[in-house]
Design a protein around this ligand. Structure first.
Ligand SMILES: [Fe+2]
Length: 449
């Protein structure tokens, strides 16, 4: 039985912080690029009060940490719990407005800017809308339509149309929906997709012409929730498939192609190549673990599906463990040259998912990889690419930014690197007044222009 006393995901820099603070006087090393006007937001689990017991890392209350940058200055750091129903009740605040899912109300996985909104996301739940200063505004209410089973934490914003593509899954039929939301907040597509059984589907991919679904055998099983609080177990006997649906298609148009039996958290990107669909994935041989996913033989692969033959081929891109894949999202759905990942050790290599000191930049045109090593005791999380408007013609013309926990100092920094000098010195580092617990995903949310 997992207990909160022995759970490593409640210890060290996984341990939650216990107060909300706002700090305007921030020490900056280096020079913050002047075009960066907006805020870097990153979320993760941060139980308020006593954590549930048993506690699974995926299930805590959510806290967003933000750093605002403007005119070359770091103007504030603040952290706020997302006021889901139980957090609002604990603070004596009004219950959140808007539609809700039965049984599950969380918001700890991703925070995304979309069409002037800031959405805090956890799969299986309705998005929460946040203010730029991280006040919770309530649950997102579509102007038209509904989001049955909520929304994935990994929506894709089509750089051509501006629409938000997403999906939702749940343990009752239909087990999967594909959703499209337009900039006005209207749900324009909500298409059920048939699956043989309920699975945990963390992420997906879109190309200019297709939508890709990962049907992998991390299956719903309420019995296992009694031991770890998380109702999914690895069931490799069911195999794994990749579903490919034409954009604008229906459930009947989905083509399912068998893949190796594996689990993929965060595909890097997918694109069309003639009659083929290509997707780059960090894939694990299996997924398990009582308190958080345990990494098992994690590598980076390129899957190519020949749509005429219905056949999938696999190419190994990198033998080293890595995930939290990001690209220049102006290229989302099109062929990408560059990809950015967080090095993640295999079991025994480090301190949970975040034992590494390195992030990677892949150049798929040259089959090369650069790395940035932050040095002993300095542990990065996910790094996100941000365009430099003066270098918009270059796919890697911009910066990558993310949080780095300095174990010796006991605090975290927001670090900015030049993507075209990836291994080089930091462009800027904003020293935060506290440690930021290891969490999940972050994004740059630029000010409206
Ligand atoms: Fe994720």
């Amino acid at each position: 039985m997992t207990t909160t006393e022995t759970n490593p995901f409640l210890a060290g820099n996984y341990a939650p912080v216990d107060e909300e603070i706002t700090e305007f006087a921030l020490t900056v090393r280096g020079k913050i690029p002047a075009p960066l006007s907006g805020r870097y937001l990153r979320t993760g689990p941060n139980p308020l009060g006593a954590p549930p017991d048993p506690f699974h890392w995926f299930l805590g209350n959510g806290m967003i940490h933000g750093v605002e940058l403007r005119d070359g200055q770091a103007t504030w750091y603040r952290n706020r719990w997302v006021r889901t129903a139980d957090v609002a009740a604990a603070f004596g605040e009004p219950t959140p407005t808007g539609p809700s899912q039965p049984l599950y109300d969380a918001s700890n996985t991703n925070v995304v800017g979309y069409a002037g909104r800031i959405l805090s996301l956890t799969e299986g739940c309705y998005p929460y809308e946040m203010s730029p200063e991280l006040a919770t505004l309530g649950r997102f209410t579509p102007s038209v339509g509904d989001l049955p089973h909520g929304l994935t934490a990994h929506p894709k914003i089509d750089p051509v149309s501006g629409d938000l593509h997403g999906f939702s899954y749940w343990f009752v039929e239909p087990y999967l929906y594909y959703h499209v939301i337009d900039a006005s907040g209207a749900v324009t597509v909500s298409e059920p997709v048939t699956l043989p059984r309920p699975v945990s589907m963390h992420d997906f991919a879109i190309t200019n012409d297709h939508v890709l679904f990962f049907d992998q055998p991390y299956i719903f099983d309420l019995a296992v929730a009694a031991t770890n609080g998380f109702p999914y177990r690895w069931a490799p006997e069911f195999g794994a498939r990749l579903g490919i649906m034409p954009r604008g298609g229906t459930d009947a148009d989905v083509r399912w192609v068998d893949t190796e039996t594996c689990y993929c958290f965060h595909p890097m990107n997918a694109y069309d190549d003639g009659n083929r669909v290509v997707v780059d994935v960090p894939r694990m041989r299996s997924i398990g673990g009582d308190v958080a996913p345990e990494v098992d033989d994690l590598v980076l692969e390129r899957w190519t599906v020949d749509l005429d033959a219905g056949a999938l081929t696999t190419e190994r891109l990198d033998d080293d463990g890595q995930d939290f894949c990001r690209i220049n999202e102006a290229h989302l759905g099109s062929r990408h040259r560059y990809g950015y990942t967080l090095a993640m050790g295999n079991p025994g290599d480090g301190d949970g998912p975040y034992g590494s000191t390195r992030i990677f930049k892949h150049d798929f045109a040259r089959s090369g990889r650069e790395q940035h090593d932050f040095g002993s005791g300095r542990h990065p999380g996910e790094f996100v690419f941000v365009n430099d408007p003066e270098r918009a013609g270059d796919e890697d013309g911009g910066w990558v930014m993310g949080l780095v926990f300095d174990a010796r100092e006991g605090r975290s920094e927001l670090v900015i690197l030049d993507a075209q000098d990836f291994a080089g010195a930091e462009v800027a580092a904003i020293e935060l007044p506290r440690r930021v617990p290891y969490g999940f995903h972050g994004n740059w949310v630029a000010d409206p222009r």
